[in-house]
Write a protein that binds this ligand. Sequence first.
Ligand SMILES: *Cc1c(COP(=O)(O)O)cnc(C)c1O
Length: 392
Amino acid sequence: MKPDVYASLGVKRRINAAGTLTRLGGALMDEEVIAAMAAAARASVDIAELQEAASGTISRLTGAQAGIVTTGAAAAPTLAAAAAMTRWDIAKMAALPQAEGFANEILLPRIHHTGYAHALRASGARIVDLGHNDRGTGAGVRGLEPWEIEAAITPRTAAFAFSVNPGNAADLATVVSVCNPKNIPVIVDAAAQLPPKFNLRRFFELGADLVAFSGGKAIGGPQASGILAGRRDLVGAALVQQLDMDVSPETWAPPDLIDLKEMKGIPHHGLGRGFKAGKEEIVGLLVALERFAAADDAASNAALEARLEQIARRLGDVPTRIASARETGRVPQLHLTVENPVALSRCLQAGDPPVHLSERFAAQGVLIVDAQALRPEDDGALADALRKALNV
Ligand SMILES: *Cc1c(COP(=O)(O)O)cnc(C)c1O
């Protein structure tokens, strides 16, 4: 037995029935991924060459022209915004995050303005809100309309940002139809839109220029990994701003993804230098992505559903129902209707071991068991903790 690293740090292990949440450590990695990371840790490689190889794998599995491994999905919009503003202009790369001197505005529909908009702004870009949020607030039936996108585009516009979810893919097609002819890159945050695995390809098919996926959620890669994929020139401009660029002009041999001909010189460390992806994360993400792309969504959903039914059966008269993968747009979940969801969640988190359910629908009186990051051997302990907290 290996020593328990968390116990030696005095950190509690938690029963995670809340999903692949970043604050709970994301997904649990498969042995094959862990072994690949360990092997990667034992050799020196050129990180740029490794990212170029990553690009090949990401491209094959997503249909995108190119892709790089980032430090989580939240790093990807920062790099994407930087690339959209600078393209291959190294003077602009050197200026970031001071971007007032050039086109630095990113159009962001109000209905898509999430907490992750910070990641765009961190590049030096300025967010320009657009449209109304009638569909989001329930005040009306309309979301985004082509005329308002058209009217918002000015010479200061560098990109359009879109936060995709199971219900708004049609709007993405609208955005692309307006932005694409005007050469305005469309940056899509699809961090948590996997599974279904066809979403790996879907947003590129809809015409997105750059898409961010989290590597540490459903893909099952290292927690601190993500993917930025899309148009080859933009991905290359993002990569060169992420790499360690303390290189000598006489000896530096960048991979093809970095287009030396397009640059007036060799850029220094860029805005993304603090977002370095390590060799272990890059290799781990690629192995996890291969596994994810080869997996059978229907079979893994059926297995999850069987476990949720088993847990529900142990909860007696507590009103529960399974929300299917079709209904959630991702994976099946178990919904528990309870009297005081916040108090119950607090009580579960204070337990020994602490238990986490998803609080996404707490305002509607529902707590959710999302078993994506729940170890099957913890199913029984989860049911025990729920029975105890619910007094059943
Ligand atoms: C989780 C998430 C992110 C961030 O992903 P990380 O891999 O944790 O950086 C960004 N956007 C959305 C919508 C997310 O759900």
